[in-house]
Design a protein around this ligand. Structure first.
Ligand code: SF4
Length: 175
């Protein structure tokens, strides 16, 4: 898997799955993340999410890094299934696009025929994710937009959402 050369389309930038996720959650969060603004202490919710991620499905391969760009929660190589583990389905659209991006990225480096599964262990739910041609076109635009955010010197404004309280940047934005 690691010896497949990266396509020209992906060679000049590194968009991670987290960036695609944040693109749908909050442009300001994406900007802060892409400008390497790190919060000193991760929130309890972030720690909780990581714990669920690390302790779920112990029989599978965890945290599979691909070409130093995407990081899969775990990968079922035999069935070609990319698994993404999430704590809640509150940001489901962002989760779906994150996993579609993983399928897209793998396709760009020659790994085809994969599908995604988003696992919500606390909800005992699993959602299947496929990548359509239309999704691919949308992802190309999304990737271009993420690059623009990354290059922008201007930080987007705050959004007023209930989930801000759970965001790692809450203190930065609101205190
Ligand atoms: S606290 Fe709210 S406005 Fe600030 S980065 Fe997080 S989601 Fe965006």
């Amino acid at each position: 898997m690691m010896n497949v050369p990266m396509s020209d389309r992906l060679s000049d930038f590194r968009v991670t799955g987290t960036m695609v996720n944040y693109y749908f959650v909050c442009q300001r969060k994406l900007w802060l993340f892409t400008h390497d603004v790190q919060m000193e202490h991760e929130s309890d919710l972030v720690k909780q999410g990581r714990l669920i991620d690390e302790t779920s499905y112990p029989e599978k391969r965890h945290n599979v890094q691909i070409q130093n760009t995407i990081s899969l929660d775990f990968l079922d190589i035999k069935d070609g299934v990319i698994h993404e583990v999430k704590k809640s389905d509150a940001m489901e659209e962002a989760h779906f696009w994150q996993v579609r991006y993983y399928i897209y990225f793998l396709k760009q480096i020659g790994i085809t025929g994969t599908r995604g599964e988003i696992d919500y262990p606390k909800l005992k739910q699993r959602k299947t994710v496929f990548l359509s041609e239309q999704d691919e076109k949308e992802l190309e635009q999304i990737i271009a937009n993420i690059r623009q955010v990354k290059c922008s010197e201007e930080m987007p404004g705050t959004i007023h959402k209930r989930f801000c309280r759970k965001c790692a940047y809450f203190e930065f934005c609101w205190t």
